[in-house]
Write a protein that binds this ligand. Structure first.
Ligand SMILES: [Zn+2]
Length: 347
């Protein structure tokens, strides 16, 4: 098993251009790549992925959805009130989804230990049958389904620390007890879902864990939730792979989100999931870029996480605020109905 970190990206991902005033611009990825070129990550290797196959995409998306997305090829127009395509968007979306496939193949096949998919368009709002919130194809969901179908992995944990609720990912696995979706997000905020009571359905009940946090929550508050709630839940679940929807719009400088994280907080969150992956599933961990709209904050946060993925110690962060600790206790008691380990994880 190699200890290598794979950084997965492709120049064609810059060809998705929703327009000059759109926050999800190619300049986001350019800022990340420039930062990683200026200060390379020791031990990291770059990989350009192939586009995702229809077979891989249809594990999550409906045939009508895939046909609709592919049918946008070469067009320049608004698809929803907030999501636009340019001539290169469809190929970028297919390669973004393909990055997750490549990450899973490399990690499960032993060619790398961890991966970071530096991709756009993002994916976690894309529903099985719907383009939504800058997202066309659900990159992280497609990767989770691929890990199970192509590699026979039993259980996959998806963590989502983007400031927005990953409603598309939740929808894809809402009835599925083999994919646990753990999602922290600001509430209230777009898309308005992700309530504490949204727990999954049927056999999947309990396997959707939503942590809606108020504006102003910071590094200490979020890291506390991951250490004290994600860790015991993940240990009980026993994943064979951990995938992260890593959005960086929870950064204090982000123009869209209202949380107060810093690059240190993101690195600390990354440290929590890295240590869980090392302990529970042989290190198998892949991050997927989702949101993040202040270019400098985004580039610094991605770089900080990449360093942790490459083996650096995560930085210390403050304790949770009084408000954060009180909210964590509410979450803990609420989710202990389905995760008894939380009943023992007090304080
Ligand atoms: Zn977001």
């Amino acid at each position: 098993m190699s200890d290598e970190l794979l950084l997965i990206t492709d120049p064609c991902l810059l060809d998705h251009d929703p327009g000059d005033d759109h926050p999800e611009s190619p300049a986001r990825l350019r800022a990340i790549l420039e930062r990683l070129e200026a200060a390379p990550i020791a031990g990291a290797r770059w990989l350009a992925p192939a586009p995702a196959s229809a077979e891989a995409l249809l594990r999550i998306h409906t045939p009508a959805h895939l046909e609709g997305v592919v049918g946008l090829r070469g067009q320049r127009r608004w698809v929803t009130p907030d999501t636009a395509v340019s001539e290169g968007s469809v190929d970028a979306a297919l390669v973004a989804a393909g990055a997750g496939i490549a990450a899973v193949d490399a990690i499960v096949g032993g060619a790398a230990r961890r991966a970071f998919c530096l991709v756009r368009p993002p994916g976690h709002h894309a529903k099985p049958d719907r383009v939504m919130g800058f997202c066309f194809l659900n990159n992280v969901a497609v990767a989770a389904a691929h890990a199970r179908a192509a590699h026979g992995l039993q259980r996959v944990l998806i963590v989502d620390w983007d400031v927005h609720h990953g409603n598309g990912t939740e929808a894809a696995f809402f009835r599925d007890p083999d994919v646990l979706v753990f999602d922290s997000h600001q509430s209230p905020l777009y898309p308005g879902t992700g309530e504490l009571d949204s727990l999954g359905q049927g056999p999947g009940r309990g396997f959707t864990v939503n942590l809606p946090v108020p504006a102003g929550s910071g590094d200490g508050d979020l890291v506390d939730l991951y250490r004290r709630l994600l860790a015991p839940i993940a240990e009980s679940f026993g994943p064979a792979l951990i995938l992260v929807s890593a959005g960086f719009d929870a950064h204090a400088r982000d123009p869209i989100g209202g949380l107060e994280l810093t690059e240190r907080g993101f690195a600390a969150l990354c440290g929590v999931v890295r240590d869980l992956a090392d302990r529970l599933c042989g290190g198998r961990l892949a991050l997927f870029l989702e949101g993040g709209y202040d270019h400098q904050a985004l580039a610094e946060s991605v770089h900080a996480c990449a360093r942790v993925l490459a083996g650096d110690d995560p930085p210390p962060v403050p304790e949770a605020s009084e408000r954060g600790a009180a909210l964590r206790e509410i979450f803990r008691i609420h989710h202990a109905r389905y995760w008894p380990a939380l009943a023992r994880a007090r304080g």
